[in-house]
Design a binder for this molecule. Structure first.
Ligand SMILES: *Cc1c(COP(=O)(O)O)cnc(C)c1O
Length: 357
């Protein structure tokens, strides 16, 4: 793929690596590529970061035709920059695009776009422990008309933001509320895609949970209101007795790359792991009788996030004395170790970015 590169003449001052937070700062450039039925994907370019100009009738504003990805570039101790399972993000982007009738991108081209963009922006990958360069590829419909037709024109963009350690104050258990009113997704809908609309539909429950002092909600399935699905922007796993369980990919759950990686690690190491339906009654029973040993969320942002309290209706249950569990900790150490290059990648998950010279 031919990528035109136009460098900025006014590079920004890099922010203090100890105060990055999440998604507040953006790098000097962005990747863009246009789609039209006549030309397909064309005009791939890396240009100075800046505002977009879009027609006010652009499909994305009215009918929510948008999908995105979230991934990170990590700086190893030897200075090299690397990505973690980037092809998984590419495949999921296309799966999301297919569901929303947005044009898909050739896998190799999309990977090349991500890698070239990170190569250009590599000085922005921070080096403080736990920091990374968060990448946000996104794709949306840009047709300039209000009629409801299949999308003809689209835009694919990648932006990047240096982000701080998720656990600036040490890895800490979170409090989660089981949501009993709103639902996030149903089978046949868009639950398995990373689309902006899923987040819009989640906002109300998340806001109510936050008001009550909970960091996120645990979703139940939209049909029976009975089976565990996932937590906010994370998949969820439980250690009940000597079995590790996680909801099966039913069509309404996001197929997380961190989830998949946790399962791969656990299975390779010989743990008993099951993907299946988990009812909220089973979960509550396991908290009452003490067989729930650990609970954690998993996603790119936090990697692994221990759950210290679960609320269901008027009841509150503490998990593992509000402490980080053994397996939760092991998964965190293993995945972050591979991502930042501190332990050998025996899985072949990391992809190096060529160094600037
Ligand atoms: C992105 C996301 C996840 C986690 O996926 P990863 O690939 O592990 O980052 C889980 N649930 C939802 C709803 C998400 O959007």
């Amino acid at each position: 793929m031919n990528i035109r590169i136009e460098k900025t003449s006014t590079p920004a001052q890099k922010p203090d690596q100890k105060k990055l937070g999440f998604g507040k700062y953006f790098t000097d450039h962005m990747f863009l590529m246009d789609y039209s039925p006549a030309e397909g994907w064309h005009d791939a370019r890396i240009v100075p970061f800046g505002n977009l100009t879009l027609h006010p009738a652009a499909t994305v504003f009215h009918y929510g035709a948008e999908v995105f990805e979230g991934m990170k570039a990590y700086r190893r101790a030897d200075g090299q920059v690397q990505l973690f399972r980037p092809m998984e993000n590419v495949k999921r982007l296309n799966s999301s695009a297919e569901r929303l009738c947005l044009p898909q991108i050739d896998e190799q081209d999309a990977l090349e776009a991500i890698m070239k963009f990170v190569e250009v922006e590599q000085d922005w990958v921070p080096s403080e422990p736990g920091t990374s360069l968060y990448l946000r590829p996104f794709l949306f419909g840009s047709d300039e008309q209000l009629g409801l037709h299949t999308i003809q024109n689209a835009l694919f963009i990648i932006i990047a933001s240096p982000v701080g350690s998720y656990y600036a104050a040490g890895i800490n258990p979170v409090k989660i509320m089981i949501e009993t009113e709103d639902v996030r997704a149903v089978k046949g809908g868009t639950g398995y895609t990373k689309c902006g609309g899923n987040y819009a539909a989640s906002n109300r429950a998340a806001a109510r949970a936050e008001q009550k002092g909970y960091s996120q909600v645990l979703w139940l399935d939209g049909v029976h209101r009975k089976y565990i699905e996932e937590v906010g922007a994370m998949n969820v796993m439980f250690r009940i007795g000597d079995e590790i369980v996680t909801p099966e990919l039913s069509g309404s759950i996001l197929p997380g790359i961190t989830r998949k990686s946790c399962l791969d690690v656990l299975r390779k190491e010989g743990y008993k792991v099951t993907e299946r339906k988990i009812s909220v009654d089973e979960l509550v029973e396991s908290m009452k009788n003490g067989t729930l040993k650990e609970a954690w969320g998993c996603g790119t942002a936090a990697v692994v996030s221990p759950i210290g309290e679960l609320a269901y209706g008027d009841m509150k249950y503490t998990v593992n004395n509000f402490e980080i569990g053994e397996i939760t900790h092991h998964l965190y150490d293993t995945l972050t170790g591979i991502q930042w290059g501190n332990i050998p990648d025996t899985y072949g998950w990391t992809v190096e970015i060529p160094a600037n010279k």
